[in-house]
Ligand binder design. Sequence first.
Ligand code: COA
Length: 305
Amino acid sequence: MIVIEPYHADHLPGVQRLVNRHLSAVVPGWTLPAAYIEQNLHRNPHQPIIDPWVAERQTLVAVEQQRVIAAAHLLRYGTGEGVGVDYRGAGDVAWLLAWNEHLNEALALLEAVHEQMRWWNAPRIFAWDSHLPAPLMIGIPDVWPHLHQVFTQAGYEPLPERSEALYGGWLRDIPAPVSSPVDGLVFKRTVRSLWGVGFTAWMDDQPLGFCECVTDLTEGGALPTLRGWAELGEIFIQETWRGRGIGTWLVQHAAAWLRLAGCDRIVLSCAADDEAAGAGRFYRRLGWDVFTRFQDGWAWRPPTP
Ligand SMILES: CC(C)(COP(=O)(O)OP(=O)(O)OC[C@H]1O[C@@H](n2cnc3c(N)ncnc32)[C@H](O)[C@@H]1OP(=O)(O)O)[C@@H](O)C(=O)NCCC(=O)NCCS
């Protein structure tokens, strides 16, 4: 017999187990501390644009004999002028996790979620727009097939063109940069507001390409199991300069810097169209591989009566 009830502090160890088992199936060894999960039920700093639009939050859990078998975190966005038009009043199932042998219970939890959304008068409902509070968690990854099944069965449809691949691997095997691959190329490192450190290749006064990295994914120590991991946030080479080794050279510079920062592994997210256009081949040549693929952005299409 399962009971669906609002989250309270006694549920935290069970919710943490759910979150961490799911997370560490996406990136090896990643886990979130209990206090961090609890804090993020009240705000999500990974969503600096949409999180301030949230007007109400609710976490529901499905419990069987004191064991948390599924949990969902829901948001209702405000209706004010400052809220993005598509979000005004909308409900978001920010995340829902369940043990894979409890699909019926996960579906029952999703029904309770819809009941709460009706209570909130949400004119439309989407899912996974806000996500789990961890870097690069952007939807339902294919290593959680049971959740694909739950959302599909409950009437959610993935939005087209919102698929991303999560690549990762070692930095130790990337050779140190030697001479520049093109005569006259100069490398510069600068601070960047979004990702942290930028590496740019210049020719005369023109930037031919850049990459940007995050050297600390622990958020200043709050996430200790992410120590040693870096993120490649962006890489872009001007179209006419591609295929001449500039991207590889920039990654070599970045990797040397990241190793000095104590990072020996890297993760990055790559949109499906960039991956197909050649970025996937570029990353594989560097020795990195796909950890999983995410389907981001799910919209609820309630059955028509
Ligand atoms: C992916 C990218 C950064 C590679 O930079 P680059 O300087 O062209 O790469 P290099 O010359 O160092 O390496 C060449 C390898 O990159 C891959 N590659 C990807 N796109 C390429 C392109 N348009 N031209 C040539 N090589 C390309 C190939 O694997 C190639 O080696 P191969 O042909 O022997 O297999 C660059 O093509 C780019 O800016 N693409 C658009 C932006 C993008 O997709 N960024 C990644 C987002 S996740």
